[in-house]
Write a protein that binds this ligand. Structure first.
Ligand SMILES: C[S@@+](CC[C@H](N)C(=O)[O-])C[C@H]1O[C@@H](n2cnc3c(N)ncnc32)[C@H](O)[C@@H]1O
Length: 641
């Protein structure tokens, strides 16, 4: 359990600059300890860059941007302090940048079942000893009001807070990056003649030496920035004789060296973004997302919960203006997974991005809802609370061990309208169908949660991005078939993943649209999020894919996520087939084979009709080469017929 605890501890979310400087220092120290001060390659490369005045500029830029950042930072704090209402807890934005380890510094969790089971995106649940002095009434009476007494769903002051401080903080990294870019741009213009054709890429020989020698992350880091600049203005900044591909290949290699990705995954993720955005994405994956909790409205109200936690020394603020139940924890004097409020089920530790699919699902009171892949229950319990414990939620997960944590969370949060089941979700609707709404929070590769699980960087293979989408497609068809198209209040399906790859998102949704013409995509109703792709690397998707929503760590400071919402307009032909997982898999394979054979048929037709003259010409040439008169042979053949 002690091992589990340390595994579950959230990393200190270092500010990005601090992260880089620490990383550089430790790399340098490591090199020195190994007796490797500077390799020949490093020296040569450094010398070359010095000649081109690049590092000088970057160094200067670094210093300059650090200075300007400092002053801008303090200015920002002053500004944000100005707009906070007087009665709010004082927040130091610098401190906010590092959510403390102490939040989870609790080691007394030997017997806690939930913590043991949680090992995915919800693996933030800390557990531990119960404080003996819990008296929520008393705590709520203490006079440290942080939010107004207005109903929390219309609370103006919370709205102001949301807009003025948390979003400021969430976007802090983006702003700083933008400022840095602006500074760099300025400098680039200052030294335009030298900069424009600077030699950034290693020569072939240098590449060879680089592939053999130890990695110099200092140079990789500098070069990543320089390459993004060149790629963003290739015409003016690229070195003569170098192609975009040269720069991209080197960028991907540097991402592998600096951030420790496999080349396969680095390239796959790079392809999702512009070069500058790609670098921002890779950088954001090195920083822990803010610790967030969701108020369980079955048991508490956000303002009451916030007050009780502030009284215990928890430093918190509402999340963005898009959620009325979320709180962001910056610092705490008590383990946030072991407060009396936690144990009494007043809140759940939940990533902010995980609120989104449930908000899109928009469960209504008295409905029948299926959560197809529910463990450990972060979304099930949110659905249940939105339904105010009315109707019924079927919470299913195929992994029996994980249903224990699902059950534990359901109990702790007081969800009484929930039935837990343990089926392969592809068995639905054979098990039971006719739901008003279905949530499929699908198993995925986890490329949106790399900051929580670094192993994704090296463990995901090409095969995963074939196998996982294949399962996701089957699950999504089951989800669609399990919904009652004639539901009076619903008829909706929400598909979500904590991955950012197109294979697991748009490609899966597009497949479902093709296979089930009885569904259409509708607005998610979410006020944040980027549009889904309607095309990607030569693939064209249904134009309605733009109604789906993408979330990235570098844009919203939330885990990478994807949300799509469907409306079912007519019953599925398969609703009545009662096919189970195996039959369904066979059906999908047959479908795919049929599609392939259509392509093959088309191709053989094409060969026969269009290629005949080319084949005949090739035969004639070949015969002539053998000294045979083709006319005689071919005419003879035809006459034989
Ligand atoms: C992303 S997690 C779900 C997280 C959950 N929705 C929550 O909010 O706490 C994906 C879940 O899918 C489950 N799963 C994987 N394959 C499944 C299948 N064929 N049928 C049902 N569940 C499956 C896994 O056990 C895992 O718990």
């Amino acid at each position: 359990m002690g091992v589990n605890r340390s595994k579950r501890k959230q990393k200190d979310p270092l500010p990005i600059e601090e992260f880089h400087s620490k990383k550089l220092k430790s790399e340098k120290k490591e090199l020195e300890q190994n007796g490797i001060k500077e390799t020949k390659q490093t020296k040569e490369t450094k010398a070359k860059i010095t000649k081109d005045e690049k590092p000088k500029k970057s160094d200067k830029k670094d210093n300059k941007s650090k200075k300007s950042k400092k002053s801008k930072k303090s200015k920002k704090i002053e500004e944000s302090e100005d707009v906070f209402p007087d009665d709010l807890p004082e927040v130091d934005l610098d401190e906010l940048a590092s959510a403390r380890k102490t939040l989870f510094d609790d080691d007394d969790d030997e017997d806690n079942l939930e913590g043991e089971e949680l090992n995915d995106e919800f693996d933030l649940e800390g557990n531990g000893s119960v404080g003996s002095d819990f008296d929520s009434e008393q705590e709520q009476d203490q006079d440290q009001p942080i939010f107004s007494d207005d109903d929390e769903y219309d609370s103006d002051d919370i709205e102001k807070l949301n807009v003025k401080n948390i979003e400021l903080f969430s976007n802090k990294l983006d702003q700083e990056k933008a400022e840095e870019d602006a500074d760099a741009e300025e400098e680039l213009l200052e030294g335009n003649t030298v900069q424009s054709r600077a030699k950034i890429l290693p020569t072939e020989q240098e590449e060879e030496a680089l592939s053999k020698g130890p990695k110099d992350v200092t140079i990789s880091r500098t070069r990543l920035i320089e390459i993004t600049k060149v790629l963003e203005d290739f015409k003016n900044l690229a070195e003569e004789g170098r192609s975009r591909t040269d720069y991209i290949n080197r960028f991907v290699k540097d991402v592998c060296d600096y951030f420790n990705y496999t080349p396969f995954l680095a390239e796959k993720l790079f392809n999702l973004f512009s070069p500058t955005e790609a670098l921002e994405f890779f950088e954001a994956n090195e920083i822990a997302r803010p610790v967030t909790i969701r108020t369980n409205t079955l048991k508490s109200r956000r303002r009451n919960l916030a007050q009780a936690l502030v009284n215990k020394g928890v430093n918190l603020q509402p999340i963005g203006n898009w959620t009325k139940v979320g709180l962001q924890i910056f610092d705490s004097q008590v383990p946030i997974g072991a407060t009396p409020e936690y144990l009494a089920g007043h809140y759940i530790l939940q990533a902010a991005s995980s609120f989104l699919p449930v908000m899109a699902l928009d469960p209504q009171e008295n409905e029948r809802i299926l959560d197809m892949a529910a463990a450990p229950g972060g979304k099930t319990t949110y659905i249940s609370s939105m339904m105010k414990n009315t109707g019924v939620v079927f919470a299913n997960d195929s992994n029996k061990a994980r249903t224990k944590s699902l059950i534990a969370n359901i109990h702790r949060l007081g969800c009484r309208n929930t039935i837990v089941c343990n089926h392969d979700a592809r068995e639905f609707p054979k098990v039971i169908g006719g739901f008003d709404r279905v949530l499929l929070d699908a198993p995925c590769s986890g490329t949106g949660v790399i900051s929580k699980d670094n192993s994704v960087k090296t463990s995901r293979t090409e095969k995963d991005f074939i196998d996982v989408p294949y399962l996701q497609k089957q699950l999504l068809l089951s989800a669609i078939d399990s919904v009652n198209a004639n539901s009076e209040t619903g008829g909706y399906i929400v598909y979500s993943t904590c991955s950012v790859t197109v294979d697991e998102n748009e490609a899966v949704v597009n497949y479902a649209l093709r296979k089930r013409p009885n569904v259409k995509l509708v607005e998610t109703g979410l006020i944040i999020g980027k549009e889904g792709f309607t095309g990607y690397r030569g693939k064209h998707f249904n134009s309605s894919l733009k109604l789906t929503r993408r979330y990235y760590p570098h844009t919203y400071n939330v885990d990478g996520f994807y949300v799509a919402k469907f409306k079912k307009t007519a019953p599925s032909p398969h609703d009545t087939s009662k096919a189970g997982a195996k039959e369904k898999e066979a059906m999908i394979r047959a479908d795919e084979e049929l599609e392939e054979s259509i392509i093959k048929d088309d191709f053989s037709k094409f060969e026969e009709e269009e290629d005949r003259k080319y084949i005949e010409k090739a035969v004639k040439i070949s015969l002539r080469k053998k000294g045979i008169n083709p006319k005689k042979v071919l005419n003879g053949k035809s006459s034989d017929k």
